[in-house]
Design a protein around this ligand. Structure first.
Ligand code: PLP
Length: 399
């Protein structure tokens, strides 16, 4: 008998939340969970942030939707905030990360098309990457588990092993349009690309005359303590995809580009029905106002260091459960020794939420607005969950 009308594409946890406030999520029966996942790095300002609720309600009373055939209230302001704060000159609004990536890929290919090099179509990516679930972005991510059964892999995506500079260099040829990377792989297991690698990528792209695309869907909008993670390396991309945190929970993404790289994206080449709609713009502008306010990112850096330091203590106390803590700002990964799904079960038993990732990692990505007291509370729950995991391991060994 069919028990659900939904596609069975998720292995959902047996939990459902009915309200949220700040870092707290509440079930219908009143259980409160400390949210150290923030969606998956989406609720950048926590749940029900007053500025976002107010922006959305105010806009809902005025106007929900007009087509991109007209100037949309808030879109110009949103784009200007982003261009003033970044390398970019142009912004295309989307509803999701995958769509922002699609726009980035199209922008890169079209740039070479209009500049007399139409053969430059290939996008080089890195193993372990995740760029979304559309046909192009599963090809970009290159992971067999996401490609299997969906017909021929979209052509034009070449993958090189993580950290293999020689392979990367060797993959660049006269058909290459761009290199696409996440500055810190999220789904891949909080795997940072070292600063010198990011700088090396910029140099390689400049030497080869190709475009550098950063996927900052997960790392962006303050998550690592800078507005965008690549800023730590002191370099800039030509094109960048963002989403998740920029909408704080409202579906919103964007593709940012330099003027030069976006030169092929003229009228009629790309479009979207909902991207940049008035509701999304109201929320996106409100998120940026908070994140760009004086001191906000300093606070994320400070809290990130504190959390990393405290979680390092938890790792030291539980060497059979955890191997290391890695990542930057409030984008941290606990690499587990015990299976991460088992550790996550104990987290949930202690009413704290995290999210799994590749390499047997648990991602710890609380709202950027988490207070220091709440951080302490998160760490003490994680410590208690690790104790419980330890006991389970010991019981297993004794049997
Ligand atoms: N890129 C990265 C780095 C991501 O983490 C994700 C989502 O997890 C995506 C792209 C795809 O974003 P979306 O699910 O909004 O399409």
């Amino acid at each position: 008998m069919v028990e659900t009308s939904l596609y069975q594409t998720y292995n959902r946890a047996d939990l459902s939340f009915v309200r949220g406030e700040g870092v707290w999520l509440e079930t219908a029966d009143g259980r409160r969970f400390l949210d150290c996942a923030a969606g998956i790095a989406v609720n950048s300002l926590g749940h029900s942030h007053p500025a976002l609720v107010d922006a959305l309600k105010t806009q809902a009373d005025k106007l929900w939707h007009v087509s991109n055939l007209y100037a949309i209230d808030g879109q110009e302001a949103f784009a200007t905030k982003l261009t003033e704060a970044t390398f970019a000159d142009r912004v295309f609004c989307t509803n999701s990360g995958a769509e922002a990536l699609e726009c980035a890929i199209k922008t890169a290919r079209r740039h070479f098309y209009v500049n007399g090099q139409p053969e430059r179509v290939n996008i080089i990516t890195v193993e372990g990457a995740f760029h979304g679930r559309t046909l192009a972005t599963i090809a970009a991510g290159g992971q067999a588990k996401y490609l299997e059964g969906f017909g021929p892999k979209a052509p034009g995506f070449i993958q090189v092993p993580f950290g293999d500079h020689d392979a990367l260099r060797a993959a660049v040829d006269e058909h290459t349009a761009s290199i696409l990377v996440e500055p810190i792989q999220g789904e891949g297991g909080i795997r940072p690309l070292p600063t010198e690698c990011l700088r090396g990528l910029r140099e390689l792209c400049d030497e080869a005359g190709i475009l550098l695309i950063f996927d900052e869907v997960q790392t962006g909008v303050g998550r690592t303590g800078k507005l965008f993670a690549h800023e730590w390396a002191g370099i800039t991309p030509d094109i960048m995809a963002i989403a998740k945190g920029i909408g704080g929970g409202f579906p919103l993404g964007a593709c940012l580009s330099t003027e030069a790289a976006a030169d092929g994206m003229v009228a009629g080449t790309h479009g979207t029905t909902y991207g940049g709609n008035p509701l999304a713009m109201a929320v996106g502008n409100a998120v940026l106002d908070v994140v760009l306010a004086d001191g906000f990112l300093d606070g994320v850096q400070r809290k990130g260091l504190l959390l990393k330091q405290k979680l390092a203590g938890v790792v030291d106390r539980h060497p059979d459960v955890f191997e290391e803590i890695r990542g930057k700002g409030l984008m941290l990964g606990l690499k587990c020794r015990a299976p991460n799904v088992d550790v996550l079960r104990h987290f949930r038993d202690h009413n704290v939420l995290a999210v799994g990732a590749g390499e047997n990692v648990l991602r710890i990505m609380p709202p950027l607005t988490i207070t220091e007291d709440e951080l302490e509370e998160a760490v003490s729950r994680i410590d208690a969950a690790a104790d419980a995991m330890d006991s389970e391991l010991k019981r297993g060994a004794a049997e």
